[in-house]
Write a protein that binds this ligand. Structure first.
Ligand SMILES: [Zn+2]
Length: 417
């Protein structure tokens, strides 16, 4: 993925997250919110046929209100599907429609279509419930990581991937290591030697399997997790069986009872703390750097105004935005063409604004209102600045939101702003 494609997809992800957050906030008073996941290879005409079928089955719903709401939602979805040819967009699409509770005990009809999510939609899904089904999209939008997985004991081994939140088993092997009981007539020494050889051979086989899978992708991988009973996994790691360039990627070893495919899932569970830590690692490093520059250097900027000014100058290397920032930006343009900007709470009402340069008053109704993250990312994109969304799940990340207005930047050079 090129840098600009990466930025494009960051922006798209943010747009998706905004819509999903809105959808999650809705409640339907009955089982009346419809969600449809459409994979890329499903014909739109098939989807329309399915929706038509559901519409006719909905006539059996006892509650008149729910029945009407479900049928209205389905009609609204059918209307939307008319805008498409017979093929869904790349990676598929998700349709949401339903009557949601709005203020004053009334309901309001909402319909949203999300096209071309970051990962392909794998199967067709029709869902009608009291809330919209957003989990599959949440998983796609979660921070992606790529981890190699190995589970082994002396009898069998499995290797695979953890991609985002999804475990993908790839290969398995089983060993010819004899049990501890030797047969009669065999010398104890010889038996022990053969057994050690067999174990060594098996570890080599497992390592080869892992090397085949992992070595070529070692630069994009976030790490390797190794699981199994003691002392197998320790012997395996201490024996340096893995390719030397993979050795440094091992994030940890974990006790796991099973070493079949299910062991890969157990391994991910056992490593959950390490994985959670890893997810915010980049955020932590960026915030460490920010605080260091703030105290001892001059390459930090923070707050909406100064950060925006630096962004416009092109001096920001990395824009740091709190992932919990929920603000708007107001743009006031006076009669003399001066633009001034202000970041405000979403619920804030707008007042008249006096231009600081010429004192002309801009009436409140002429102010333009825009999502603050959209506003900042737009500028960042034009200036080739990378945007990092900083989690609030650690102290310094929480401080970005509470003490620095949720917006900061690491600079390429000092600007004095
Ligand atoms: Zn002015």
């Amino acid at each position: 993925m090129s840098e600009s494609e990466q930025e494009q997809s960051d922006k798209q992800k943010y747009e998706f997250k905004k819509v999903i957050e809105k959808l999650k906030g809705y409640d339907g008073s009955g089982t009346q919110l419809v969600t449809i996941y459409v994979p890329e290879d499903k014909q739109i005409s098939d989807v329309v046929a399915h929706v038509t079928q559901e519409h006719s089955e909905a006539s059996n719903i006892k509650s008149k209100q729910t029945r009407t709401n479900v049928q209205d939602a389905l009609t609204s979805i059918k209307d939307r599907l008319r805008y498409y040819g017979n093929a869904p967009p790349e990676n598929g699409m998700v349709l949401f429609s339903g009557a949601v509770d709005s203020s004053g005990g009334r309901t309001e009809m909402v319909t949203e279509v999300l096209e071309s999510p970051p990962d392909p939609i794998e199967s067709f899904r029709y869902h009608c419930d009291s809330d919209f089904l957003t989990e599959p999209l949440d998983e796609m939008l979660a921070d992606k990581g790529l981890f190699g997985l190995i589970v082994l004991d002396r009898r069998e081994a499995n290797v695979g991937w953890l991609k985002g939140k999804r475990v993908e088993p790839v290969k398995s092997a089983s060993s010819l290591v004899p049990g501890k009981q030797r047969k009669g007539g065999q010398s104890a020494q010889r038996f022990a030697r053969l057994r050690l050889e067999a174990i060594d051979n098996f570890y080599q086989e497992v390592a080869e399997m892992a090397n085949d899978l992992f070595v070529s992708r070692r630069h994009e991988m976030n790490g390797i997790l190794v699981g199994g009973p003691s002392p197998t996994k320790d012997e395996f790691l201490d024996g340096d069986y893995l390719h030397h360039e993979l050795g440094d990627n091992v994030l940890g070893k974990f006790d796991v009872a099973y070493t079949d495919e299910s062991g890969l899932y157990d391994l991910v569970d056992a490593a959950s703390e390490v994985l959670a830590e890893h997810e915010i690692l980049q955020d932590k490093e960026a915030m460490e750097e920010f605080f260091k520059e703030l105290h001892d250097g001059d390459l930090a900027t923070y707050g909406f105004g100064p950060t925006r000014e630096n962004l416009i100058m092109g001096s920001v290397d990395r824009l740091l935005i709190s992932e919990d920032l929920r603000k708007d930006v107001l743009t006031y343009t006076c009669e003399n063409g001066h633009d001034e900007y202000e970041m405000v709470d979403r619920s804030a009402s707008i007042d008249d604004h006096d231009c600081s340069r010429c004192s002309e008053t801009v009436p409140a109704e002429e102010a333009e209102r825009e999502d603050a993250i959209d506003h900042l990312m737009e500028i960042a994109q034009q200036r080739g600045t990378e945007t990092l969304f900083i989690s609030t799940d650690f102290e310094k990340g929480e401080q970005l939101l509470s003490a620095f207005g949720g917006v900061a930047g690491l600079l390429r050079y000092s600007t004095g702003v």
